[in-house]
Design a protein around this ligand. Structure first.
Ligand SMILES: Cc1cc2nc3c(=O)[nH]c(=O)nc-3n(C[C@H](O)[C@H](O)[C@H](O)COP(=O)(O)OP(=O)(O)OC[C@H]3O[C@@H](n4cnc5c(N)ncnc54)[C@H](O)[C@@H]3O)c2cc1C
Length: 391
């Protein structure tokens, strides 16, 4: 059974964990990245999972060397956003009006994953894949992790970047006696891509529907778009059961045929939507980032952006102190302070919007639609919202 001594162990090589490992490998720490899947590097057809990458996340991905590797033909800028309430209210954001080229850039999950993984410097980083941790042992001075393939790693800091079902988070909660669990929204996110008979002109749409579901269309390169429909699990199942033509017709009708006729180009898939905000992101020798640390509703399209900001800030704290023990509480608390407000704010906004648009009755309906209309008429508030969303 082999043993390996490093400084930082990152569990989870998804977008967030791999970007952190990539950034850290520019410094002096010895880093090990453990990923459960055997390969994350394939880029094939259009991915149903797409992300609106904010300007702040783009800067971080440039620092990781990943953004430069993306094929520009697979990127789509969002130049305009149109958000509709469940009456006729509309809120519009426009990049040019705010003096910007775009509000965000759409990229496919697999494409971005591939670019980040290509940049991992395997001479400066120990990549262990496929492997999963089996046992965690923590002392005051170090963390030891035994893996299912027989190896044991010892380090000064363990980073959990292993997604929504985080094993690291569960172990930490077990050791600390914390009970905090993810809370179901009672909705699933149905994702699928379509080609459209009319051009989208870089527009992202979002409709808060009268039944409490939220339909989002995001522009893909060419005459294509990607949908996230957050709806009840029953509705999600009935959408998945439709044949491609019927699904395309239902989606086109729900979006008021804004892009003409639609044709399905990737199979639809559904994901349960959950919310999680933890009282703490760190404890001595341990830090959580990405979905392991928080879960937000996709209605703001900010889940992965929050995760990239976690990776950026944790990397910054650690890189600035190359000769300090990376598991020291004083360093980790600095990361925690940098992130807490953003995470709580995004959690609060997405939960409140979801709740507001799920309340039946005339008064809540009037309030939410008036809110959208008023916000649309306040250019300074809109500028501030754009500035915050861009990071
Ligand atoms: C329906 C839906 C739509 C969404 N839409 C958007 C959107 O439009 N915009 C947006 O920003 N976000 C969106 N999100 C959220 C976004 O997908 C996540 O925030 C993002 O994927 C989190 O990245 P991560 O690297 O933290 O976790 P993950 O992407 O889950 O990566 C975790 C990695 O850890 C590995 N792993 C897991 N367990 C172990 C283990 N025990 N050992 C070793 N490795 C392990 C996994 O194989 C994986 O590679 C959406 C989410 C859903 C469900």
């Amino acid at each position: 059974m082999s043993e390996l001594q490093v400084d930082i162990i990152v569990v989870g090589g998804g977008l967030v964990g791999a970007s952190l490992a990539s950034r850290l490998s520019a410094g002096q720490h010895r880093v090990a990245l453990i990923e459960g899947h055997s390969s994350l590097e394939t880029v094939g057809d259009w991915d149903q999972r797409i992300y609106a990458i904010s300007r702040a996340s783009r800067r971080f991905l440039q620092d990781c060397g990943a953004w430069q590797r993306l094929d520009p033909a697979r990127l789509a800028p969002i130049r305009q956003m149109r958000i509709f309430g469940d009456q006729r209210a509309e809120l519009r954001f426009d990049a040019h009006g705010a003096g910007l080229n775009e509000l965000a850039i759409i990229t496919e999950s697999r494409h971005l994953q591939h670019a980040i993984w290509q940049g991992l410097d395997r001479d400066r980083l120990t990549l262990i894949q496929p492997a999963r941790p089996q046992q965690l042992h923590m002392t005051q001075d170090r963390v030891s992790l035994s893996l299912d393939q027989g190896q044991t790693l010892h380090g000064k800091l363990l980073v959990g970047a292993d997604g929504a079902q985080s094993w690291v988070r569960q172990q930490w909660q077990r050791l600390s006696g914390s009970q905090q669990q993810a809370e179901a929204y009672g909705q699933s996110g149905v994702v699928a891509n379509f080609s459209c008979s009319q051009p989208h002109q870089g527009t992202a749409w979002q409709w808060f529907q009268p039944d409490g579901s939220i339909l989002a269309w995001l522009p893909l390169p060419g005459q294509r778009m990607s949908m996230v429909w957050s709806c009840s699990p029953e509705r999600a199942q009935s959408l998945l059961a439709l044949d491609p033509a019927s699904l395309a017709e239902q989606v086109a009708a729900a979006g008021q045929h804004q892009l003409g006729d639609l044709q399905l180009i990737t199979p639809a898939a559904a994901f349960p939507l959950r919310a999680l905000v933890l009282p703490k992101l760190t404890s001595p020798r341990l830090a959580l980032i990405g979905d392991a640390a928080h879960l937000v509703h996709p209605l703001a399209g900010q889940g992965v952006n929050l995760g990239f900001q976690d990776a950026r800030d944790l990397a910054q704290v650690l890189l600035q102190h190359p000769s300090v023990d990376p598991g020291l509480p004083s360093l980790l608390q600095r990361y925690e302070r940098m992130r807490r407000f953003d995470i709580l704010a995004m959690h609060g906004v997405t939960k409140s919007l979801h709740r507001l648009f799920n309340q039946p009755g005339q008064l809540p309906r009037w309030l939410r639609n008036t809110g959208l209309t008023l916000t649309d008429r306040l250019p300074l508030l809109k500028q501030e919202l754009i500035r915050h969303a861009l990071g």
